[in-house]
Design a protein around this ligand. Structure first.
Ligand SMILES: Cc1cc2nc3c(=O)[nH]c(=O)nc-3n(C[C@H](O)[C@H](O)[C@H](O)COP(=O)(O)OP(=O)(O)OC[C@H]3O[C@@H](n4cnc5c(N)ncnc54)[C@H](O)[C@@H]3O)c2cc1C
Length: 264
């Protein structure tokens, strides 16, 4: 199949996506571990009794982390909501036990309240968490998968990979600026992983690199699922690309996970 070829919609659907609400609770948690997986990618473990009952039903679920002001302790909450004035950012649950532990992965991109907090995080540091408030739950089994993004999408991509039916073709495209940030990925599926690096002089995690590589991914027949998440400017061209490939956008996920030059 050549670049730009229009592919017809599959005759039958093999999976559905449906929204399931979750209880939105405030949880006060403390850092229990800090592990650098690569130079720009840090895994932080959290613990605390408020994590009892924590769950996350879908791979691209997100929760909101509320950070204390730099150098300040986390303020007490006096109402049911979050204390006023805390800055917050979205992250993807990576692992949890439903009792008192949760793991999140942070891209250390250098700027911003979340990246700086993660860079300085020590065991015992506290934050509040809110969410996930809902999940886009998949039922059934796609006949192929296309998972693409920058390092901010890696937690969701890892979670998707774990759910792929054995032997199903999966194409993964990941942009990272430093080859030292490449990581091992595993899946029961038939996995093809491409790590992409922005040429010198490009902006960090350049979505143009991702878009160029998407066009080179072989078009597959059947009912496939696509997840694409990266810097905001990826969204419109990625949706056009998927439409041209015959992907049903109502059963695909294309998201801007951050916006260049703008705090969330
Ligand atoms: C649904 C969802 C799930 C997400 N899951 C994760 C996750 O699991 N792990 C994760 O690391 N991120 C994740 N993100 C992305 C994260 O929320 C953003 O990168 C966020 O902007 C980081 O906040 P910050 O305070 O560090 O930077 P901000 O204060 O928001 O931004 C400060 C500056 O940094 C730039 N910037 C922000 N993010 C990046 C980046 N990744 N690379 C280069 N420059 C950047 C901004 O353009 C801005 O100029 C997710 C986002 C969404 C919407």
């Amino acid at each position: 199949m050549t670049k730009g070829t229009t592919v017809r919609m599959p005759a039958t659907t093999t999976f559905t996506l449906s929204r399931t609400p979750l209880e939105l609770r405030r949880r006060r948690v403390a850092v229990s571990s800090v592990t650098d997986l690569t130079p720009s990618y840090r895994r932080i473990g959290f613990t605390g009794p408020d994590l009892a009952g924590f769950t996350s039903l879908a791979a691209d679920d997100h929760l909101r982390i509320f950070f204390p002001a730099p150098g300040e302790p986390l303020p007490e909450a006096t109402t049911d909501g979050m204390p006023a004035g805390l800055q917050s950012r979205e992250y993807t649950p990576v692992g949890w036990d439903g009792e008192r532990s949760l793991t999140l992965d942070f891209v250390l991109h250098g700027e911003g309240v979340a990246s700086r907090w993660a860079q300085a995080a020590r065991v015992g540091d506290e934050v509040y968490l809110g969410g996930p408030r809902g999940s886009l739950v998949m039922a059934g089994a796609p006949q192929w998968w296309l998972l693409a993004g920058d390092l901010t999408a890696l937690p969701a991509i890892r979670r998707h990979l774990a759910t792929v039916a054995p032997g199903t073709p999966v194409d993964v495209l990941l942009v990272c600026d430093d080859p030292a940030d490449e990581q091992e990925l595993a899946s029961p599926g038939d996995l093809t992983v491409s790590w992409l690096h922005s040429p010198a002089g490009s902006p960090p995690a350049d979505p143009a690199v991702l878009l160029a590589a998407l066009a080179a991914v072989p078009a597959r027949s059947g009912d496939g699922f696509a997840f694409i998440a990266a810097e905001q400017s990826v969204v419109a061209p990625a949706r056009s690309f998927l439409t041209a490939r015959g992907v049903d956008l109502d059963r695909a996920v294309v998201k801007g996970y951050w916006k260049r030059g703008q705090a969330e």
